[in-house]
Design a protein around this ligand. Structure first.
Ligand code: G1P
Length: 297
């Protein structure tokens, strides 16, 4: 069986209630870090990992995402006439080859597992990636690329993993693993949003997955789990029982939880500080701001 991964599912059906009122009329995935929407970071990461087919699981009110990945002839003509080649190049990254991107609707908000299951007919019978755009990950090599390389060796199912403080474990899917220093760890169990004090480890699932089509079949009959939702974690956990080939991959890189306001703001500052055109001005602004606040205390 081939381990090459060319398709990725992007669950983008969520209501984004944590960012209301901003998300009343725009999808949260269009919110920007500096000048690029969250979804652009996810697509760039997927491309860097060799993904060529993109499946978006959407819901009502998400049509701005479809427009974002379409050509914009009037805008492109205007930029060409004004010889704004740099901006044309920036726009290039938002264009998709015809047929490379597909949209399916999740008609009911039944959970992440259900959202991924909605893409089953487009995935067919091959391994596929899942990227949660809320989790923005920076690093020298894209997180999904690191996983794709490791996956070529071990196959099966793989989830990105990261240590989290024990007090935060109940916000995540948590892996049951033996303590180890290696990046790629065999997983003996996984539990979605464990009750406080019951987490099997402090290694959390982060929103990058490489999954076998069997997980989609498990989702056919997946019962509701944590929070009354159909959980992707539960469908992957079944594979531990049957195939015993599920790995957690401790990626190298920094992860920002852009599903939360604090994480989103931290990402905004970090990305701006990594930009040569913004760094100096922002850095001195932040230094002054902190100094003024400290002086006032
Ligand atoms: C989802 C997954 C969870 C994972 C998390 C990572 O949860 O269900 O297992 O740890 O993403 O961001 P959510 O954040 O959608 O509640």
């Amino acid at each position: 069986m081939t381990h090459k991964v060319t398709k990725a599912v992007f669950p983008v059906a969520g209501l984004g209630t944590r960012f209301l009122p901003a998300t009343k009329s725009i999808p949260k995935e269009i919110l920007t870090l500096v000048d690029r929407p969250l979804i652009q970071y996810a697509i760039d990461e997927a491309r860097a990992a060799g993904i060529t087919e993109f499946v978006f699981v959407t819901s009502r009110g998400k049509s701005a995402l479809e427009d974002y990945f379409d050509h914009a002839p009037e805008l492109e003509t205007a930029l060409r006439e004004k010889k704004k080649d740099e901006l044309l190049k920036v726009l290039d990254a938002t264009n998709m080859e015809s047929g490379a991107i597909a949209y399916v609707r999740q008609h009911q908000a039944l959970g992440l597992g259900h959202a991924v299951w909605c893409a089953r007919h487009l995935i067919g019978d091959e391994p596929f990636a899942v990227i949660l755009p809320d989790d923005v990950i920076t690093g020298e090599e894209s997180c999904l690329k690191q996983m794709v390389d490791a996956y070529a060796e071990v196959g099966g199912n793989m989830v990105a993993a990261m240590e989290v403080p024990a007090s935060k474990a109940s916000a995540y899917g948590i892996l049951d693993v033996q303590p180890s220093v290696s990046r790629c760890l065999p997983v003996h169990g996984m539990v979605e949003k464990p009750a406080p004090g019951t987490a099997p480890s402090n290694l959390a699932i982060i929103g990058r997955y490489i999954l076998t089509p069997q997980v989609l079949r498990n989702l056919d009959s997946q019962q509701r789990g944590a929070g009354g939702e159909i959980q992707l974690t539960d469908a992957i956990a079944k594979e531990i029982e049957t195939s015993d080939n599920v790995h957690g991959y401790r990626f190298s890189g920094q992860r920002f939880d852009c599903g939360s306001k604090a994480g989103y703001l931290q990402a905004t500052v970090a990305f701006a500080l990594s930009r040569p055109d913004l760094r100096d001005e922002l850095e001195s602004f932040l230094q002054e701001l902190v100094a003024t606040r400290q002086a006032a205390q």
